[in-house]
Design a protein around this ligand. Structure first.
Ligand code: ARG
Length: 464
């Protein structure tokens, strides 16, 4: 019996093992980086006299041809190779013959893949930084136009104190600015070249690692060959940074969704960024914001996945580390898409200023200011708090705002109130009086806006 299917079983198993092991379906993503790394390696080998000048020229033009052909769609990255490294090398040998067989001198796939992933990630970090910068520009534009757009500020999702739209947007400016500074830090730490580390213990060839590092625009070579092939910290850091970006975008999305609802009507999402319902004709749904909020989990998943993959790996390279790619690529693409779409949505979103202002008026957001009014006239704060509390209760019964009460009604609760109470609790006064650094008062806000303009203009300590 066994004989009957034994041969076939072995064959099937081999195929499965091969597929299980292969990474070409996803590491094809960094073919350009793989070729770029190989070119630097070959230039260095020739400089060190390990390859002849002719061999170098042949290999370089062969690699260049492969790059151009793949770019142009003339050469397909075939699944019959195990990984992108084998594909490039085999294609090179096919095309240029003997010299191609020397490409892998003094190199292992372990330092090769470590390099490719770093080169790829480095570009991604820059791209994400650029996208965040665009988002910040949109935020700054909204801020500049809305230093006097009053709205309620919330705590516990209850109207708390009046703020301005500029102030609210400024909070997000701070978040995304911090995100950019995290990317900068990661870049500074990761930008060292692992090439030349070999499988784990360096090589016996007289490689010039500083030269390859320089050709590939790294700050220098890494300093421990075992760590070089086993380090994926920078990916974990990047995924953590992307997770934080997504968390910020998700919170922002949540607010956009609320503000776009019929109950708030603070904003109107542009038609281009909303969708309809197949059954309810009245609906205009904030799908983009919901999807951004929803996709946050995917990026967190990638971070958790890689942390878990890495936690039990002994030095140096182990095949587990091949798992650093799929989720990471997905997280990078997801985050980039989300930032870009969110930016577009924000840029085209209409803010309904009257609705915001009305909402700030009708939620007792000026109650603290009414209490402060009394304090400024000698009433102890605790008593002032009680007096205004009574007035609020009275207003709720009358379905009125503090601004609507007559002076008699005020004085019936406390004789300290005078005609100037109305001015003291107007939204404009409430906001304008808040002029400490970081507060919503227009003067304070203008100073912050100037700082943000400088920040976006001169790119010190940022990547873009
Ligand atoms: N596909 C592998 C990875 O992504 C490349 C390195 C293979 N190295 C090895 N010793 N099998 O990690």
């Amino acid at each position: 019996m066994a004989q009957l299917w034994g041969g076939r079983f072995t064959k099937e198993t081999d195929k499965l093992v091969y597929q299980f092991n292969a990474s070409i379906s996803f590491d094809r993503k960094f073919y350009a980086q793989d070729i770029r790394g190989s070119m630097a390696h070959v230039k260095m080998l020739a400089k060190q006299g390990i390859l002849t000048k002719e061999e170098k020229e042949q290999i370089l033009s062969g690699l260049q041809g492969i790059l151009e052909d793949v770019d142009a769609g003339r050469l397909e990255i075939s699944d019959k190779y195990e990984d992108i490294h084998s594909f490039v090398e085999a294609t090179l040998i096919d095309r240029i013959g003997e010299a191609g067989k020397k490409l892998h001198t003094g190199r292992s796939r372990n330092d090769q893949v470590a390099l490719d992933m770093k080169l790829y990630t480095r570009d991604e970090i820059r791209e994400v930084d650029g996208l965040l910068k665009e988002l910040l520009k949109v935020l700054l534009t909204i801020m500049k136009e809305n230093t006097e757009t009053f709205m309620p500020g919330f705590t516990h999702l209850q109207k708390a104190q009046p703020i301005t739209l500029a102030h609210h947007m400024g909070a997000y400016f701070e978040m995304f600015r911090r995100d950019r500074s995290r990317l900068y830090d990661i870049y500074e730490r990761m930008n060292y070249c692992p090439l030349g580390s070999g499988a784990l213990a360096g090589t016996t060839y007289p490689l010039d690692r500083a030269y390859t590092a320089e050709l590939l625009e790294f700050y220098g070579p890494t300093r421990n060959s075992m760590d070089s092939v086993a380090d994926r910290d920078y990916l974990i850091e990047f995924l953590a940074a992307l997770s934080t970006v997504m968390m910020h975008l998700s919170r922002f999305s949540e607010e956009v969704i609320l503000w776009n609802s019929n109950e708030y009507q603070f904003v109107e999402i542009d038609d281009a960024y909303s969708t309809g319902s197949s059954i309810m004709p009245q609906k205009k749904n904030p799908d983009i914001a919901e999807l951004v909020r929803g996709k946050t989990g995917r990026v967190y998943g990638a971070l958790l996945s890689l942390l878990t993959t890495m936690k039990g790996i002994p030095l140096a390279y182990n095949k587990d580390m091949q798992e650093d790619k799929e989720w990471t690529f997905d997280a990078m693409d997801t985050a980039k898409g989300c930032i870009a779409l969110f930016t577009g949505m924000l840029r085209t979103m209409k803010f309904r200023r009257e609705r915001m202002e009305d909402s700030a008026k009708n939620g007792f957001t000026n109650a603290t200011d009414a209490a402060d009014y009394l304090v400024n006239r000698g009433v102890p704060f605790r008593d002032a708090h009680g007096i205004v509390g009574q007035l609020v209760l009275y207003c709720i019964e009358k379905n009125a705002a503090l601004d609507d009460l007559s002076l008699e009604e005020y004085r019936a609760v406390s004789p300290v109130f005078e005609e100037d109470i109305y001015d003291a609790i107007s939204l404009k006064t409430c906001v304008e009086k808040r002029m400490t650094v970081g507060a919503p008062g227009q003067a304070a806000m203008e100073k912050v806006i100037a700082v943000y303009e400088d920040y976006l203009r001169d790119s010190e300590k940022t990547l873009a």
